[in-house]
Design a protein around this ligand. Structure first.
Ligand code: TMP
Length: 236
Protein backbone atom coordinates (compact mmCIF):
# COMPACT_ATOMS: atom_id res chain seq x y z
CA UNK A 1 0.00 0.00 0.00
CA UNK A 2 1.60 3.20 -1.17
CA UNK A 3 1.11 6.33 0.91
CA UNK A 4 0.29 9.37 -1.24
CA UNK A 5 -0.51 13.00 -0.46
CA UNK A 6 -2.05 14.21 2.78
CA UNK A 7 -5.78 14.69 2.41
CA UNK A 8 -6.51 16.29 5.74
CA UNK A 9 -5.00 17.13 9.11
CA UNK A 10 -7.31 17.13 12.11
CA UNK A 11 -6.65 17.83 15.77
CA UNK A 12 -5.55 14.29 16.57
CA UNK A 13 -4.92 12.57 13.23
CA UNK A 14 -3.63 13.05 9.72
CA UNK A 15 -5.26 11.29 6.79
CA UNK A 16 -3.41 10.28 3.62
CA UNK A 17 -4.54 9.02 0.26
CA UNK A 18 -3.13 5.73 -1.07
CA UNK A 19 -2.76 4.14 -4.49
CA UNK A 20 -6.22 2.63 -3.89
CA UNK A 21 -8.97 5.30 -4.14
CA UNK A 22 -11.10 3.32 -1.67
CA UNK A 23 -8.42 3.15 1.03
CA UNK A 24 -6.90 5.83 3.27
CA UNK A 25 -4.10 5.81 5.82
CA UNK A 26 -4.77 7.45 9.18
CA UNK A 27 -1.78 8.56 11.23
CA UNK A 28 -2.40 9.25 14.92
CA UNK A 29 -0.66 12.27 16.48
CA UNK A 30 0.30 12.98 20.09
CA UNK A 31 -1.38 16.41 19.90
CA UNK A 32 -4.22 16.92 22.35
CA UNK A 33 -6.82 19.67 22.36
CA UNK A 34 -9.83 20.38 24.53
CA UNK A 35 -12.70 22.87 24.65
CA UNK A 36 -12.92 23.16 20.89
CA UNK A 37 -9.19 23.67 20.48
CA UNK A 38 -8.79 26.39 23.13
CA UNK A 39 -6.56 24.18 25.30
CA UNK A 40 -3.60 22.64 23.47
CA UNK A 41 -0.93 20.19 24.50
CA UNK A 42 0.85 16.97 23.78
CA UNK A 43 0.45 13.58 25.37
CA UNK A 44 3.55 11.47 24.70
CA UNK A 45 2.67 8.28 22.80
CA UNK A 46 -1.06 9.05 22.80
CA UNK A 47 -1.06 8.38 19.05
CA UNK A 48 0.30 4.89 19.60
CA UNK A 49 -2.17 4.11 22.39
CA UNK A 50 -5.18 5.41 20.45
CA UNK A 51 -4.25 3.63 17.23
CA UNK A 52 -3.66 0.24 18.87
CA UNK A 53 -6.60 0.52 21.27
CA UNK A 54 -9.04 1.59 18.54
CA UNK A 55 -7.96 -1.29 16.35
CA UNK A 56 -8.43 -3.87 19.12
CA UNK A 57 -11.91 -2.48 19.89
CA UNK A 58 -12.90 -2.25 16.21
CA UNK A 59 -11.90 -5.90 15.79
CA UNK A 60 -14.14 -6.93 18.68
CA UNK A 61 -17.04 -4.80 17.42
CA UNK A 62 -16.68 -6.17 13.90
CA UNK A 63 -17.01 -9.70 15.35
CA UNK A 64 -20.09 -8.57 17.27
CA UNK A 65 -21.74 -7.46 14.02
CA UNK A 66 -20.86 -3.76 13.83
CA UNK A 67 -19.10 -3.07 10.51
CA UNK A 68 -16.11 -0.72 10.83
CA UNK A 69 -13.78 1.18 8.52
CA UNK A 70 -10.69 -0.70 9.73
CA UNK A 71 -8.76 -2.71 7.15
CA UNK A 72 -5.56 -3.35 9.08
CA UNK A 73 -2.95 -1.80 11.33
CA UNK A 74 0.17 -0.73 9.43
CA UNK A 75 2.41 0.37 12.30
CA UNK A 76 2.22 1.66 15.88
CA UNK A 77 0.72 4.94 14.71
CA UNK A 78 -0.81 4.16 11.32
CA UNK A 79 -3.77 2.16 10.07
CA UNK A 80 -5.30 1.42 6.71
CA UNK A 81 -9.03 2.21 6.60
CA UNK A 82 -11.85 2.20 4.09
CA UNK A 83 -12.57 5.61 2.64
CA UNK A 84 -15.92 6.88 3.94
CA UNK A 85 -17.93 10.06 3.87
CA UNK A 86 -18.18 10.90 7.57
CA UNK A 87 -21.69 11.83 8.74
CA UNK A 88 -21.25 15.24 10.42
CA UNK A 89 -22.56 13.86 13.73
CA UNK A 90 -20.92 13.01 17.03
CA UNK A 91 -22.90 10.10 18.42
CA UNK A 92 -22.66 10.14 22.20
CA UNK A 93 -23.84 7.41 24.54
CA UNK A 94 -24.12 8.09 28.27
CA UNK A 95 -24.43 5.38 30.91
CA UNK A 96 -23.72 7.69 33.85
CA UNK A 97 -24.07 11.48 34.19
CA UNK A 98 -20.79 13.32 33.55
CA UNK A 99 -19.21 16.13 31.57
CA UNK A 100 -21.46 18.40 29.52
CA UNK A 101 -24.57 16.40 30.55
CA UNK A 102 -23.95 17.13 34.23
CA UNK A 103 -23.25 20.76 33.47
CA UNK A 104 -26.22 21.31 31.17
CA UNK A 105 -28.82 19.60 33.36
CA UNK A 106 -27.34 20.40 36.78
CA UNK A 107 -26.79 16.83 37.99
CA UNK A 108 -23.70 15.54 39.80
CA UNK A 109 -21.05 13.63 37.88
CA UNK A 110 -21.31 9.94 38.66
CA UNK A 111 -25.06 10.18 39.29
CA UNK A 112 -27.16 7.32 37.91
CA UNK A 113 -29.39 7.78 34.87
CA UNK A 114 -32.87 6.21 34.68
CA UNK A 115 -31.99 5.09 31.15
CA UNK A 116 -29.08 5.08 28.74
CA UNK A 117 -28.90 8.32 26.78
CA UNK A 118 -28.04 8.67 23.11
CA UNK A 119 -27.40 12.21 21.98
CA UNK A 120 -26.06 13.84 18.85
CA UNK A 121 -23.79 16.82 18.36
CA UNK A 122 -23.50 18.53 14.99
CA UNK A 123 -19.82 18.22 13.98
CA UNK A 124 -19.11 21.84 13.21
CA UNK A 125 -16.12 23.49 14.90
CA UNK A 126 -17.22 27.01 13.92
CA UNK A 127 -20.48 26.47 15.84
CA UNK A 128 -18.79 24.58 18.73
CA UNK A 129 -20.39 21.19 17.93
CA UNK A 130 -23.91 22.07 19.19
CA UNK A 131 -26.34 19.49 20.56
CA UNK A 132 -28.78 18.49 17.82
CA UNK A 133 -31.89 16.26 17.72
CA UNK A 134 -33.28 13.85 15.14
CA UNK A 135 -35.65 16.43 13.66
CA UNK A 136 -32.82 18.96 13.29
CA UNK A 137 -30.64 16.34 11.59
CA UNK A 138 -33.36 15.48 9.07
CA UNK A 139 -34.32 19.13 8.54
CA UNK A 140 -30.69 19.96 7.75
CA UNK A 141 -30.39 16.79 5.60
CA UNK A 142 -27.28 15.71 7.52
CA UNK A 143 -28.42 12.08 7.21
CA UNK A 144 -31.47 10.07 6.17
CA UNK A 145 -34.03 8.52 8.48
CA UNK A 146 -32.78 5.02 7.57
CA UNK A 147 -29.16 5.94 8.34
CA UNK A 148 -30.20 7.48 11.64
CA UNK A 149 -32.08 4.33 12.66
CA UNK A 150 -29.02 2.21 11.79
CA UNK A 151 -26.73 4.59 13.70
CA UNK A 152 -28.89 4.20 16.83
CA UNK A 153 -28.93 0.42 16.59
CA UNK A 154 -25.15 0.24 16.12
CA UNK A 155 -24.45 2.80 18.86
CA UNK A 156 -26.39 0.81 21.49
CA UNK A 157 -24.69 -2.39 20.31
CA UNK A 158 -21.27 -0.73 20.65
CA UNK A 159 -22.26 0.30 24.18
CA UNK A 160 -23.28 -3.20 25.24
CA UNK A 161 -20.12 -4.78 23.83
CA UNK A 162 -17.72 -2.16 25.21
CA UNK A 163 -19.37 -1.89 28.65
CA UNK A 164 -18.85 -5.63 29.19
CA UNK A 165 -15.33 -5.54 27.69
CA UNK A 166 -14.11 -2.69 29.91
CA UNK A 167 -15.79 -4.03 33.06
CA UNK A 168 -13.73 -7.23 32.75
CA UNK A 169 -10.66 -4.95 32.73
CA UNK A 170 -11.62 -2.94 35.81
CA UNK A 171 -13.06 0.06 33.97
CA UNK A 172 -16.57 1.54 33.96
CA UNK A 173 -17.64 2.97 30.62
CA UNK A 174 -19.29 6.21 31.71
CA UNK A 175 -19.85 7.70 28.26
CA UNK A 176 -18.28 7.82 24.80
CA UNK A 177 -18.44 9.45 21.39
CA UNK A 178 -18.38 7.58 18.07
CA UNK A 179 -18.65 8.59 14.44
CA UNK A 180 -20.01 6.83 11.39
CA UNK A 181 -19.36 7.12 7.68
CA UNK A 182 -20.76 5.84 4.40
CA UNK A 183 -18.54 3.88 2.03
CA UNK A 184 -18.73 4.22 -1.76
CA UNK A 185 -21.56 1.66 -1.85
CA UNK A 186 -23.53 3.64 0.74
CA UNK A 187 -22.89 1.14 3.54
CA UNK A 188 -22.76 2.60 7.06
CA UNK A 189 -19.47 1.89 8.86
CA UNK A 190 -18.21 2.76 12.33
CA UNK A 191 -15.26 5.10 11.69
CA UNK A 192 -12.89 7.51 13.48
CA UNK A 193 -11.52 6.08 16.74
CA UNK A 194 -12.45 4.71 20.17
CA UNK A 195 -9.79 5.65 22.70
CA UNK A 196 -9.25 7.45 26.02
CA UNK A 197 -9.73 10.66 23.96
CA UNK A 198 -13.29 9.66 23.10
CA UNK A 199 -14.48 7.69 26.16
CA UNK A 200 -14.87 8.35 29.86
CA UNK A 201 -13.48 5.38 31.75
CA UNK A 202 -13.46 5.25 35.56
CA UNK A 203 -11.53 2.65 37.57
CA UNK A 204 -14.06 0.27 39.15
CA UNK A 205 -12.09 0.10 42.43
CA UNK A 206 -10.86 3.67 42.97
CA UNK A 207 -13.25 5.65 40.73
CA UNK A 208 -10.15 7.35 39.28
CA UNK A 209 -10.62 8.99 35.88
CA UNK A 210 -8.72 6.96 33.27
CA UNK A 211 -9.26 9.11 30.18
CA UNK A 212 -8.76 12.49 28.53
CA UNK A 213 -10.43 14.29 31.46
CA UNK A 214 -6.97 14.01 33.10
CA UNK A 215 -5.71 16.37 30.36
CA UNK A 216 -8.87 18.52 30.11
CA UNK A 217 -8.94 19.10 33.89
CA UNK A 218 -5.17 19.06 34.63
CA UNK A 219 -5.43 16.02 36.89
CA UNK A 220 -1.85 14.84 36.22
CA UNK A 221 -0.51 11.37 35.33
CA UNK A 222 -1.89 11.75 31.79
CA UNK A 223 0.66 9.66 29.84
CA UNK A 224 0.74 6.95 32.52
CA UNK A 225 -3.03 6.68 32.41
CA UNK A 226 -3.17 6.26 28.62
CA UNK A 227 -0.48 3.58 28.85
CA UNK A 228 -2.31 1.81 31.68
CA UNK A 229 -5.59 1.78 29.72
CA UNK A 230 -3.86 0.24 26.70
CA UNK A 231 -2.28 -2.48 28.86
CA UNK A 232 -5.70 -3.32 30.29
CA UNK A 233 -7.29 -3.37 26.82
CA UNK A 234 -4.53 -5.72 25.67
CA UNK A 235 -5.32 -7.89 28.70
CA UNK A 236 -1.90 -7.39 30.29
P1 TMP B 1 -19.14 15.67 26.96
O1 TMP B 1 -19.68 15.25 28.30
O2 TMP B 1 -18.07 16.71 27.05
O3 TMP B 1 -20.24 16.06 26.02
O4 TMP B 1 -18.43 14.39 26.32
C1 TMP B 1 -19.13 13.19 26.11
C2 TMP B 1 -18.17 12.13 25.59
O5 TMP B 1 -17.70 12.47 24.30
C3 TMP B 1 -16.92 11.93 26.45
O6 TMP B 1 -16.68 10.54 26.56
C4 TMP B 1 -15.83 12.60 25.68
C5 TMP B 1 -16.28 12.53 24.25
N1 TMP B 1 -15.92 13.70 23.47
C6 TMP B 1 -15.20 13.55 22.29
O7 TMP B 1 -14.83 12.44 21.92
N2 TMP B 1 -14.91 14.65 21.55
C7 TMP B 1 -15.30 15.90 21.92
O8 TMP B 1 -15.00 16.87 21.21
C8 TMP B 1 -16.06 16.05 23.13
C9 TMP B 1 -16.51 17.40 23.58
C10 TMP B 1 -16.34 14.92 23.85
Amino acid sequence: MEKREQLYEGKAKKVFETDDPERLIVSYKDDATAFNGQKKGQIADKGVVNNIMSNILFGILEEAGVPTHLVRQLSDRESLVKRVRILPLEVIIRNVAAGSFSKRYGVPEGGPLARTVLEFSYKNDALGDPLINDDHILALALSTEAELAQVRTYAFKVNEVLKAFFLKRGLRLIDFKIEFGLDSAGKLLLADEISPDTCRLWDTETNEKMDKDRFRRDLGRVEETYRDVLLRVKGQ
